[in-house]
Write a protein that binds this ligand. Structure first.
Ligand code: AP5
Length: 210
């Protein structure tokens, strides 16, 4: 099953993918996570993209497409994937069509006000990438990861000015993909402003039977 999760920053794509990857038996591949991992390991790629991520801009298409193309060659992607945060431009979508066209594109529909609430309360575990929210999805112990006990952190791109910029980038560069995949009849809209359990259920219903 080849799935793309599309939607604005903070729509809940990563949260839903983290639950469904095991139920569907396919890997959750988040380009944001791949870039953040490169930044934390201080690789050449990490040094190149660190500032871009912090400002909330997009990494150049060639770099991003090459990263995904390579990742999809791994054995765990043999039965499909959940791509979270890729494609994000028409050029990326065209590239994906050429090497692994998605069967369904789940469009997380949510308004800006809710996005800002979600991103400003988001906390993440720097080593595992596990995602929490101070109100909607709090850790068992405040400020600590449930499994490792590490201190949770705020992502650099969750600062208010970066959030505003990411929403603008989404509108201009990524939202055109809604029409792109709609014309290919692969798009399914999901109301993403419900509880985590409800959104997981709706997405699972929409993709089962593929
Ligand atoms: P990326 O990591 O992909 O960021 P994003 O798309 O902005 O998505 P987020 O991770 O912010 O949100 P999400 O939808 O996964 O929400 P989450 O589940 O965490 O990309 C980061 C950067 O990398 C980009 O800005 C760019 O620089 C670069 N990049 C990545 N891909 C690229 C590409 N293809 N091309 C070029 N550059 C690229 O949830 C958010 C919060 O809400 C959490 O706190 C969560 O607990 C909470 N929450 C989730 N669901 C619910 C719910 N239903 N109810 C209440 N709270 C909820």
């Amino acid at each position: 099953m080849r799935l793309v999760f599309l939607g604005p920053p903070g729509a809940g794509k990563g949260t839903v993918a983290a639950v469904l990857k095991d139920r569907l038996g396919i890997p959750h591949i988040s380009t944001g996570d791949l870039f953040r991992d490169a930044v934390s390991r201080k690789t050449d790629l990490g040094r190149e993209v660190e500032g871009i991520l912090a400002r909330g801009e997009l990494v150049p298409d060639e770099l991003t497409v090459a990263l995904v193309r390579e990742r999809l060659k791994a054995p765990d992607a043999g039965n499909g994937y959940i791509l979270d945060g890729f494609p994000r431009t028409i050029a990326q979508a065209e590239a994906l069509e050429a090497f692994s066209p998605p069967e369904k594109v789940v469009n997380f529909v949510i308004d800006d006000e809710e996005v800002v609430k979600r991103l400003s309360g988001r906390r993440v575990c720097p080593s595992t990438g596990r995602v929490y929210h101070v109100i909607y999805n709090p850790p068992k112990v405040e400020g600590k990861d449930d499994e490792t006990g590490e201190d949770l952190v705020i992502r650099p791109d969750d600062r208010p000015e970066a959030i505003r910029h990411r929403l603008e980038v989404y509108r201009t560069q990524t939202a055109p993909l809604i029409t792109y995949y709609g014309k290919k009849s692969r798009l399914v809209d999901i109301p993403a402003d419900r509880s985590i359990e409800e959104v997981v259920h709706l997405v699972e219903q929409a993709v089962r039977g593929l």
